[in-house]
Ligand binder design. Structure first.
Ligand code: ATP
Length: 334
């Protein structure tokens, strides 16, 4: 467990209470990252012992972490994903009963390349007047995420995969990403319908009619931005979970950040992290054949769905509950 910063400790402690009440088959150890790590005496936002512990456990549940700006630290989230080689971010975006939004039945999965692109961290000041930020694309990483995306789509019986890109302008970097996806599709996954779209047009179509999309595959920055856009289709950042997955380990975290504007007020919605915990239990069930984890995931999911249907909601969803009282509402329905 990495509690994180801002609303992180509040939402992680609420989620832990739900998991304990559901008797989730998990023993926890806690390690810090972000400002919490600095306050704990670490010289860096991502201590080695946190990385080592995630590797040892193979899974982690993580709250949002803040990287102080202008102090020479590189982003804790980017570092963690790179050091643990968690190259795929998965973010399922689904409508929830009890959370009315403009569209019904939204059911999208965002798959984001998590290690390179414009988040490669290669930034330089060239002159007093100019800074540059490099967008990195490597053929092996583009192919790796394409394989991952098509395999995921196949295993989950999804019908279509769409790549959002800007290969008309960034002909080399986005061109490589697009080519890799096209090749992997043609050679190995003709079972899945493939579509490619320039990202600006794709965003417009997403907000006009999300039902025309199924699985979205994007490079790092686009995946970050489009995740928040899609969160807006189903009720906001309080209801979208996520996973960072590599070959050795997986870290489950909500799409939202540390939300400093509401931190410490007890009003943050813990549901996105709770949904991430459900993804974690399902991952444990699949990777370690843990039937108890699968059953526990189902119970928690049914309980939060019932809570929402009973109009038990936090303020971001138009309700009046705080972080802990929403957790109580879920626990009552387990
Ligand atoms: P980051 O840069 O770390 O990704 P961000 O700029 O996307 O963060 P967030 O911290 O995710 O910003 O928050 C954006 C807004 O959404 C905040 O103003 C906050 O009020 C709201 N928000 C985010 N998460 C939650 C939550 N779990 N519950 C309620 N409101 C939230």
């Amino acid at each position: 467990m990495i509690p994180g910063d801002g609303i992180g400790p509040e939402v992680t402690s609420a989620v832990l209470r739900v998991l304990e009440a559901a008797e989730a088959p998990v023993e926890w150890t806690t390690r810090h990252a972000g400002i919490a790590a600095l306050e704990d005496g670490s010289p860096d936002v991502l201590p080695d012992e946190t990385v080592d512990e995630v590797l040892r456990c193979g899974v982690a549940l993580k709250g949002p972490c803040t990287t102080p700006v202008g102090k020479g630290f590189s982003s804790v989230n980017v570092q963690l994903r790179k050091r643990l080689n968690m190259y795929a971010a998965v973010r399922p975006v689904r409508s929830l009963n009890g959370v009315p939004t403009r569209f019904e039945n939204v059911d999208l999965v965002i798959i984001r390349e998590n290690t390179e692109g414009l988040y490669s961290g290669a930034e330089n000041r060239v002159t007093d007047d100019v800074v540059i930020s490099m967008k990195v694309a490597t053929e092996s990483s583009c192919k790796r995420i394409s394989h991952w995306g098509f395999r995921y789509a196949t295993q989950r019986a999804r019908r279509k995969l769409t790549v959002f890109h800007k290969a008309n302008i960034m002909k080399m970097s986005d061109g490589l990403f697009l080519d890799a996806a096209q090749q992997v599709h043609q050679r190995e996954y003709p079972n899945i319908e493939f579509q490619q779209m320039i990202i600006d047009a794709g965003c417009m179509k997403l907000v006009q009619d999300p039902s025309q999309f199924d699985v979205l595959l994007l490079e790092n920055l686009y995946g970050d931005v489009v995740s928040d856009l899609c969160a807006g289709l189903v009720g906001g950042l309080g209801v979208v979970p996520g996973a960072n997955i590599g070959d050795e380990c997986a870290v489950f975290e909500a799409v939202h950040g540390s939300a400093p504007d509401i931190a410490g007020k007890g009003v943050a919605n813990p549901l996105a992290l709770l949904m991430s915990a459900v993804m974690m239990l399902n991952y444990l069930a699949a990777e370690r054949s843990d039937q108890r984890a699968a059953e526990c995931a189902e119970r928690i999911k049914a309980a939060y769905n019932r809570a929402l249907e009973d109009n038990q909601k936090t303020r971001d969803l138009g309700g009046e509950l705080g972080t802990e009282s929403f957790a109580d509402a879920v626990i009552e329905r387990l």
